[in-house]
Design a protein around this ligand. Sequence first.
Ligand code: MTE
Ligand code: MO
Length: 220
Amino acid sequence: MTDDPRDQREQPAYPRPGLFARALSRRRFLGFVAGGALLAVAGKRTLGLLGGWRFNTVERPVPEFDPATYRLVVDGLVERPFTLTYDELRALPPVRQVSDFHCVEGWGVDDVRWDGVRLQAIMEQARPTAEARFLTFHSLGGIYRDSLSMRQAMFGDTLIAYDMDGEPLSRSHGLPLRLMMPQMYDYKGPKWLTRIEFRSVRDHGFWEQRGWAVNAWIKI
Ligand SMILES: Nc1nc2c(c(=O)[nH]1)N[C@H]1C(S)=C(S)[C@@H](COP(=O)(O)O)O[C@H]1N2
Ligand SMILES: [Mo]
């Protein structure tokens, strides 16, 4: 099962056949797969050429960050749920990394510098219970969310980021906080992150409910 947190195998970036075969005719499904493969090839060619940020959101207007009321809530299957203000978040041990960003639609940005916090720091403070196996990341606004297994959250390059290229995230790029999981397509990375919830079962994110793979390993 791809939901098994111990499963390290790479999974296709496109939905498993079974998921769509039920809803679509075989012909339409094959068209979908062929289209996806074409998109992947086209994406590989244009990455780099079309480097530079775009702006993707399903929230309109985009959520507004108010430092006076903002909290990062850490809860669910943990011994010590807690909340952090923006200042408290920035006071946690900071990490810096440079990593590439990929949207599954075929564009991306290379060598983005991120400053933020490892999820390990969050877990150490929250102490997940034995039942906790997945983390759900919720955005302000209550529309967008996605999840990682505990293992994926502990990857050496997974972080929650508050700065991009040396500046606080702009409002369109997720101020105050976004999840970055560079090994997966960025629909896995909710912007305007406000809650990290530990769960025993995998929660299917916004795009995953619409057919995209839960394990969105980058395929380029
Ligand atoms: N809250 C929220 N987070 C989100 C999205 C979104 O629509 N809402 N889109 C995701 C997708 S598909 C991509 S590619 C990136 C886009 O990030 P950007 O707008 O900063 O370029 O944000 C991800 N995180
Ligand atoms: Mo995306």
